[in-house]
Design a protein around this ligand. Structure first.
Ligand code: HEM
Length: 147
C-alpha cells in the first residue's frame, strides 16, 4: 500500500475509523408519524391549491386524504406520552384525542366549503388549521422531534 497516494491514504484512514452511526440507530417511525407525514404532504399542496377555485376538486381530494389520516391518528398516542408523569398520561392522551377530533371536524368543514365553491371560507379554514397545527404540536409533539 503506497501511503503517499492521497486516495490510498484516505482509504487507509477510513479503515482505521470506527463505524459511527449518525444517530442512535435508524429512526423508527411511529404509526402516528406515518399518518402525520401523509397529512403534511397533502397540506403543503392544499395550501397552494386552495387559492385557485379551478382546483377545488383536487383540493377536496387532498382534504379527504387528510381526513382519513386524521381519523386513523385518533387511534394512536403521541410518543411524548411516555415522558409524562404516570398519573397524567391518561389525561394527556385524552387531550390529544379531543384536539384530533377538533382537527377532523375542521377538515370536514373545509371539505364542504370546497365542494360548495366557497374559497373565502376555505382559505380561512386553512389558516385556522395552521394555527391548530402549531398549538397541537406545542402541546403533544415531543419538542426535540424534527418537524
Ligand atoms: C395541518 C395540520 C398538521 C400538519 C401539517 C402536521 C404535520 C406533522 C408532521 C410533518 C409531523 C412529523 C412526522 C414525522 O416525524 O415523520 C407531525 C408530528 C406530530 N403531530 Fe402533526 N400535523 C398537523 C396537525 C396535528 C394535530 C392537530 C395534532 C394533535 C391533535 C398533531 C400531533 C402530532 C404529534 C403528536 C406528532 C409527533 C408524532 C408522535 O408522537 O408519534 N399534529 N405532524
Amino acid at each position: 500500500m503506497n501511503l503517499r497516494r492521497p486516495l490510498t491514504l484516505v482509504l487507509a484512514i477510513s479503515m482505521l475509523m470506527p463505524v459511527v452511526p449518525l444517530q442512535a440507530g435508524p429512526h423508527e417511525h411511529t404509526p402516528l408519524e406515518d399518518q402525520m407525514e401523509i397529512i403534511g404532504k397533502a397540506f403543503r399542496s392544499l395550501r397552494r391549491e386552495v387559492r385557485d377555485p379551478a382546483k377545488n376538486e383536487s383540493a377536496a381530494e387532498l382534504v379527504a386524504k387528510m381526513l382519513q389520516a386524521a381519523s386513523k391518528s385518533t387511534e394512536y398516542e403521541p410518543k411524548w406520552t411516555a415522558d409524562q408523569p404516570a398519573d397524567e398520561q391518561a389525561a394527556f392522551v385524552a387531550g390529544y384525542r379531543k384536539e384530533m377530533k377538533k382537527f377532523v371536524a375542521m377538515l370536514e368543514e373545509l371539505h364542504a366549503a370546497l365542494k360548495a365553491g366557497d374559497n373565502d371560507r376555505a382559505n380561512e379554514l386553512v389558516a385556522d388549521l395552521r394555527s391548530q397545527q402549531r398549538s397541537s404540536h406545542r402541546e403533544y409533539k415531543k419538542p426535540d422531534d424534527d418537524d
